[in-house]
Design a protein around this ligand. Sequence first.
Ligand SMILES: [Zn+2]
Length: 287
Amino acid sequence: MSEEEDRERERTQLAQAAEAGIHRLAIPTPFQVGRVNAYLIEDSPLTLVDSGPNSAKALDDLEQQLNARGHEVEEVELLIVSHQHIDHFGLASILARRSGAEVAALDALAPFLASFGRETDIDDAFAQNLMLRHGIPADVVTALRAVSASFRGWGSSVEVTRPLAPDGELALRDRTLRVLHRPGHSPSDTVFLDESSQILLAADHLIAHISSNPLLARPLGAEPDPNAPRPQALLTYMASLEKTRQMELSLVLPGHGAPISDHAALIEERFRMHHRRADRAGAPHRA
Ligand SMILES: [Zn+2]
């Protein structure tokens, strides 16, 4: 497809979301991934799904985009956090303080968000241990840990006032959001199905232009244990994708880039890619 056709399709998809009261706000980040998508749901409560990183630039951009839709930061009543990555939730604490909004996230993610600094220390120790175990030289590991520490400021602790149970629901005036835990990209990935429009807010669970990384991460809430078996993030991720593949959806709104109209075809493409890689590595097929 040509770039012009791509843009035209994206406009149509965003218009379809807007029809359901869901508006994409693409927020700048300092990271390689580029902008992160927050979604404004014009409902009661006025809801924001993800917020962008903790930076003045992200906040300024978010405010301008809210203003362009006739809203102020102070009007936001509910903030939803999709997962534990700072490009998605870093601004949540500032937004919650300014607006008084409730903060909703998967129940198992709440302790992580409440003490982000301490939890990130434990994550870094987990990563360091894993890297050393797999033969990465100590000086490289030290350098990577410094990189992680330098990113810390784009996150911020935030108190979850509405912990969400997996498979539970979040009722707004005009719609019900079904809360679905889809770990793999991160242990806390949560997707939200707008049951009235069959639109899925998917964050980084499924992205059109890049295949989401199944990152090796410490299981939620686990204390660091150098002898614990390595989490099998790719297998977890593929099982989560299979659940999403089976859903009837009208549109997927991802955490980065353009909406996805044919999620099943995209997921099958991802499966084929992972199977090709597994073949090259001589691994047996698992899914
Ligand atoms: Zn992420």
